[in-house]
Design a protein around this ligand. Structure first.
Ligand code: BTN
Length: 252
């Protein structure tokens, strides 16, 4: 399958996730909808995603399965979407000379700061993923951020350069398409696992985390992720635990 990416730019929309949903029946696998400004950008956990007009990349990529798309993906393997997308972003940043890590499950960090967030929304049909909307917000040229944001950074802050968004998105979208092809098209459910784990932020070091089940703070070391994408952590007492998204918070 060819990884040709069609990119459609809009000046302004509510959210590229919604814009893509409104049109996805007409669009091919790997199509991208990008916006210069989102009036209602969405983040994880019901948060807003804010981004200065025309300064950053805010886009969504359509991933299809079955005819005209990737081989069927069982729901139990849907973490593959996160793996493919995060690995693609890290590769793109490496190409810009920036070493990034993956703060589980899908934030991209440069040192202790977040440069990119993503929202993977899968539409399920029975026990398979039918279609997926992969929304990505990558801070490119913005150098000042709202003080309410925890620890944002941008490519421009990392390198001192400014970037042309349209040509950068061409590069990034084709890297992402290749990453999806590698992870989803290989017929190997473990494709990308090792690389994903090796890139985990704070892997192999002890740091403080909050166990959201009871609010306790503990010192733990990230060991890796399960095939379903749960975070594997060992505490100072040698107890191993697995956490799903929203069950653990990083203290940064
Ligand atoms: C997060 O880290 O909270 C996820 C942020 C995802 C933001 C992107 S920007 C493009 C796409 N459209 C949205 O409304 N959200 C995603």
């Amino acid at each position: 399958m060819e990884n040709k990416v069609k990119i459609r730019w809009v000046d302004e929309t509510d959210s590229t996730q919604e814009e893509l949903r409104r049109h996805f029946l007409e669009y091919d696998n790997l199509s991208v909808t990008a916006a210069r400004f989102q009036t209602a950008g969405r983040g994880q956990r019901g948060n807003k995603w804010t981004s200065e007009r025309g300064e950053n990349l805010t886009f969504s990529m359509l991933i299809r399965f079955g005819e005209g798309g990737f081989p069927p993906l069982p729901v139990s393997r849907q973490f593959a979407m996160t793996k493919a997308a995060t690995l693609g972003i890290v590769s793109y940043l490496a190409g810009k000379g920036v070493e990034a890590t993956i703060k589980w499950p899908n934030d991209i960090y440069v040192r202790d700061k977040k440069i990119c967030g993503m929202l993977v929304e899968n539409v399920l049909e029975g026990d398979k993923v039918a279609v997926s909307f992969v929304g990505i917000g990558l801070n490119m040229n913005q150098r000042e951020f709202d003080s309410s944001l925890l620890n944002p950074t941008s490519l421009s802050l990392a390198t001192g350069l400014r970037y042309d968004l349209e040509s950068e998105l061409e590069i990034l979208a084709s890297i992402l398409a290749a990453s999806f092809a590698r992870v989803l098209g290989a017929g190997n459910p473990f494709a990308g696992d090792e690389r994903y784990e090796s890139l985990l932020y704070r892997k192999g070091e002890f740091h403080e985390y909050v166990d959201c089940s009871d609010g306790t703070v503990f010192e733990g070391e990230i060991l890796g992720v399960t095939p379903e994408g749960r975070l594997r952590v060992i505490n100072k007492e040698g107890e191993r635990k697995e956490f799903a998204f929203k069950e653990i918070n990083f203290i940064i």
